[in-house]
Design a protein around this ligand. Structure first.
Ligand code: ATP
Ligand SMILES: O=c1ccn([C@@H]2O[C@H](COP(=O)(O)O)[C@@H](O)[C@H]2O)c(=O)[nH]1
Length: 238
């Protein structure tokens, strides 16, 4: 049987995509479909860590946060990612998977704190590790948390599962003439100000030589195909 292309991956799941067709929150069918996709990868024997966004609940730069102290709004955003992480872990439990949530912000009655050696132990045991609360710092995003945690755990790739099927020359949701790149360098993505991920995340992955693959979370089987080494979405590379 063909082997997976990776031993350990960091999967960044879009918080916004969790809404499905709803206008807010977590859509049950959507989270169940995500979990089914993730379970395929775990069954292949790949060690999987996940960072999930919070855009379906709260974003520090959203209109709803206007007038708020930015750091306070960002902490609210980080707490939103904790809610999504708990929902994801619970959906995994119902699917028969074993997941552990580790938070960058100390809320020990709710989730265990992020401790790198413990996270590595869980991964080696085949458990899915969900990193909640982003980096634990305001003024960052969960994309940067994915780059950071991916670097810390020695992931071979960051897989960004989002609502678009790759990196485009411009935002495809705003510019219908935008074209998709099969691959693009970190330097080009940064210099062209491509907003699919923030520049901090791109820069950290570039410096750590950690490739990113951006792909559609709604395309059936895309995650498994990528893990098996197939070409899907856009590869962002050094
Ligand atoms: N050059 C580009 N190529 C592709 N998508 C782009 C580009 N510029 C902007 N985008 C937008 O970036 C979005 C994905 O990034 P965004 O951070 O908003 O979502 P996410 O990470 O999936 O969500 P969340 O922050 O909730 O986890 C796409 O939905 C797309 O509209
Ligand atoms: O390290 C981090 C991660 C996130 N935040 C705040 O949370 C929201 C939601 O995260 P998304 O990546 O946008 O899904 C983000 O807008 C920030 O307000 C943070 O401050 N630090």
């Amino acid at each position: 049987m063909t082997q997976p292309a990776y031993k350990r991956v960091l999967l960044k799941l879009s918080g916004e995509a969790l809404m499905g067709d709803d206008s807010y929150g977590i859509n049950r069918a959507t989270i169940e479909r995500m979990v089914a996709d993730v379970s395929e990868v775990v069954k292949m024997g790949v060690e999987l860590a996940i960072v999930i966004g919070g855009g379906n609940i709260f974003r520090g730069v959203a209109p709803g946060a206007q007038g708020m102290d930015r750091a306070t709004a960002d902490y609210m955003g980080m707490l939103a990612t904790v809610m999504n992480s708990l929902a994801l872990a619970d959906a995994m439990r119902q699917f028969g998977m074993v997941a552990r949530v580790m938070s960058a912000i100390s809320i020990e009655q709710v989730v265990e704190p992020y401790v790198r050696p413990k996270a590595l132990q869980y991964l080696e045991e085949g458990k899915v590790v969900i990193f909640a609360a982003g980096t634990g710092n305001p003024f960052f995003t969960t994309d940067t948390a994915a780059a950071l945690r991916g670097s810390e755990i020695g992931a071979e790739v960051v897989l960004k599962a989002t609502k678009v099927d790759g990196v485009y020359s411009a935002d495809p949701n705003k510019d219908p003439t935008a074209t998709r790149y099969a691959s693009i360098s970190f330097d080009d993505a940064i210099s062209q100000h491509l907003q699919v991920m923030d520049a901090t995340a791109f820069a950290l992955c570039r410096d750590q030589k950690l490739p990113i693959r951006v792909f559609s979370i709604v395309k059936p089987g895309a995650l498994s195909r990528i893990v098996m080494g197939e070409d899907e979405g856009t590869l962002v590379h050094v």
